[in-house]
Every structure is written in C-alpha cells, then in structure tokens.
Design a protein around this ligand. Sequence first.
Ligand SMILES: [Zn+2]
Ligand SMILES: [Zn+2]
Length: 85
Amino acid sequence: MGKRIRFTCKNCGKGYEGDIGGGKNYALFRCEQCNREQTHPRPFPLQKAIKCDYCGGRLSEDIPPLCPVCKSKDIAWGDIILTYE
Ligand SMILES: [Zn+2]
Ligand SMILES: [Zn+2]
C-alpha cells in the first residue's frame, strides 16, 4: 500500500509531498545512494537482490525523496496525507 507523506527539509525548511511504498501490484523504491525512484512489480525478489539500475546502490522502500530545493537527504517525516492501493 502506498502513502503520500508531507516531508520537511531539515536543512532549508522546504515543505513538500512525496510517495512512499508504491501500490498493491508494484513497489516504489528509492536508491540509498542516488535517490532515483524505481518501481518493481510485486511480488519481487528478495529486497537485498534489488539494486539500483543507475548506480548499483541498495534500494529501499522507505527513503524519502530528496529536498526539491537544496537536495538535502536530511528530511523530517510529517503527516500522512493519504493512503492508496
Ligand atoms: Zn532543503
Ligand atoms: Zn542509485
């Protein structure tokens, strides 16, 4: 199940929204190194086997998107705005 979350950048204070988790039939990942979003259909192989297509970094389902202003990774999680299948 996917969630839309309100994030706040701890570096510059920018507030923005981002999606986490994907949907019922696909998973939304972000790369721990380059933060690119990638989706994989569910069910997918063991998470440790999933690597970033771009840099080979580890993918995670619960990394917030980078700050759209300053590209910081230091992001505070806020409220869930909505959830979806
Ligand atoms: Zn920022
Ligand atoms: Zn990557």
